[in-house]
Design a protein around this ligand. Structure first.
Ligand SMILES: [Fe+2]
Ligand SMILES: [Fe+2]
Ligand SMILES: [Fe+2]
Length: 474
């Protein structure tokens, strides 16, 4: 073998690996599939945990990170499913649990009662173990024979490492030694679960230690009430009606970009709501979860585009812009998961003529704010995908599209917004925060505020976001 040469020293084996590695027998198909199924199970459980944590996690940065990581895990689970399907005939056994101790490991993290435990469990334990397992696959398998799996593992590793980086920085910012000491024994339990499973990939001899469930001793309960951190001081505030301003022709495009940044940032409530649909709708085909999670991530991305927009104008959004959670709160607590999906579909189909995405993009262009125009451009493009996802997973359940849309409209009309009640209870004064934000932006632009724009004070008391008069509001 030592005198084997490729033609003119060109890379042999399509450049995959040197011959010295390719001659080493690696994992047989049976063992390869067994391991892939465990990575798949891990990504699936991680996707579930991330999704279930988005709504009630108060910290905005984590909410956004979890939205991305849910999406990434769903994508890698999808790739692994496809790969397993290439090597085995159905039934593929992708819905079965590969190891009871691995199940307990993920159940424990799902049941983590605090942000600190959740973050440590996810990043220091689960993703850390997953990275090691994927790395081991690349080291153990025959890179030529098992090349399709190698690709799947390499791509997964790339993003697992991104997730770990996010996790390490979050842990550094959130967790001190006191916290670590408090939950030391639980962290040790997670290690024990993995040891009892023979490692995440089941390549080690399983430890024989008997384990008792801790956080997962009681059945998991999903918390669908959205929570926000202290930078959202007035989450019931419905004092500034962005749509009424946006579609009023008498107002110029520049201040409208502020309302569009507000509308984007307020989209943080869409992941909060979609996470509840995903978590509370079991037994759907895998692609349902994958597609809806992609949409969930897009909505989180739109929220961050709004954040970037305000920061670009030097506006202290957490103090000045009242980003409410009234929509996700109302839908999650008053409607069934399918009814929430119906409302989402109704709203997204309604992003058509008058209050359409094209209109928002045109306002962005006319405003000469290139960032606003760019964000609206992508917001619109994403919406095209969301319409397709809606057709695939919601519309299919109806005989005709009209009934499907009417049903969504009816569901939304049923959601009671406690406008007056919230004020009575002292939860909000529905303060009109618009003039202050507009003044700050004018200072940034170096112009004098337009008195008509400054005087805008229409709230959501009478008119809901699609400009229909609210008749059922409490
Ligand atoms: Fe959206
Ligand atoms: Fe959007
Ligand atoms: Fe959308």
């Amino acid at each position: 073998m030592s005198n084997y040469k490729s033609y003119r020293d060109l890379p042999p084996l399509a450049g995959i690996c040197p011959l010295t590695e390719a001659v080493e027998p690696g994992l047989p198909v049976e063992e390869c599939v067994r391991r892939l199924k465990r990575y798949h199970y891990s990504f699936k459980r991680l996707h579930q945990i991330y999704t279930a944590s988005i709504t009630a996690e108060p910290i905005y940065e984590l909410k956004m990170g979890f939205s991305l990581h849910a999406h990434l895990c769903a994508e890698h689970a999808t790739a692994l499913r496809r790969r397993v399907g290439e090597m085995r005939e159905p039934p593929l056994g992708l819905e079965s649990i590969p190891d009871a101790n691995l199940e307990m490991f993920f159940d424990e993290i799902l049941g983590a009662p605090t942000t600190e435990e959740l973050v440590l469990g996810l990043y220091e334990k689960a993703l850390h173990a997953l990275k090691a397992a994927l790395g081991r696959h690349l080291a153990d398998t025959n890179l030529l024979a098992d090349h399709p799996s190698v690709r799947v593992c390499r791509f997964a590793l790339l993003e697992v490492e991104d997730m770990l980086k996010f996790g390490a920085q979050s842990i550094a910012g959130l967790i001190d030694d006191t916290v670590r000491q408090r939950i030391e024994s639980w962290l040790a339990l997670l290690d024990d679960c993995l040891a009892a499973a023979g490692g995440l990939d089941g390549t080690q001899t399983p430890a024989g230690k008997a384990l008792a469930r801790h956080h997962s001793a009681r059945p998991y309960h999903y918390d669908g009430r959205p929570k926000r951190d202290e930078r959202f001081p007035d989450p019931y505030n419905m004092g500034v009606n962005a749509e009424v301003f946006l579609y009023d022709e008498k107002f110029p495009p520049e201040p409208k970009t502020l309302m569009m940044f507000y509308k984007r940032l307020r989209e943080v409530d869409v992941p909060e709501m979609m996470a509840s649909i995903l978590t509370e709708t079991p037994d759907q085909p895998w692609d349902y979860y994958r597609d809806l999670t992609r949409q969930l991530w897009d909505e989180a991305r739109h929220a961050m585009m709004g954040e970037v927009g305000f920061v670009s104008l030097g506006i202290d959004w957490p103090k000045k812009v009242m980003v409410n959670f009234t929509w996700s709160l109302g839908l999650n607590t008053q409607l069934k998961p399918f009814e929430r999906h119906a409302v989402l579909y109704f709203i997204e189909q309604g992003l058509m003529p008058r209050n359409g995405k094209r209109f928002e993009w045109e306002v962005g262009l006319a405003s000469h704010n290139p960032l606003s125009a760019l964000f609206q451009d992508y917001d619109w493009a994403d919406e095209v995908l969301h319409a397709r996802i809606g057709r695939d997973w919601y519309l299919k359940q109806f005989d005709d599209p009209k009934t499907a849309i009417q049903y969504g409209d009816r569901c939304w009309s049923r959601v009671l917004m406690g406008w007056g009640q919230w004020r009575q209870e002292g939860l909000t004064q529905h303060r009109n925060w618009w003039p202050e934000v507009y003044r700050d932006a004018c200072r940034h632009w170096g112009i004098d505020p337009d008195p008509a724009v400054l005087a805008f004070s229409t709230s959501y008391q009478q008119v809901r976001a699609d400009l229909k008069t609210i008749s059922t509001s409490g």
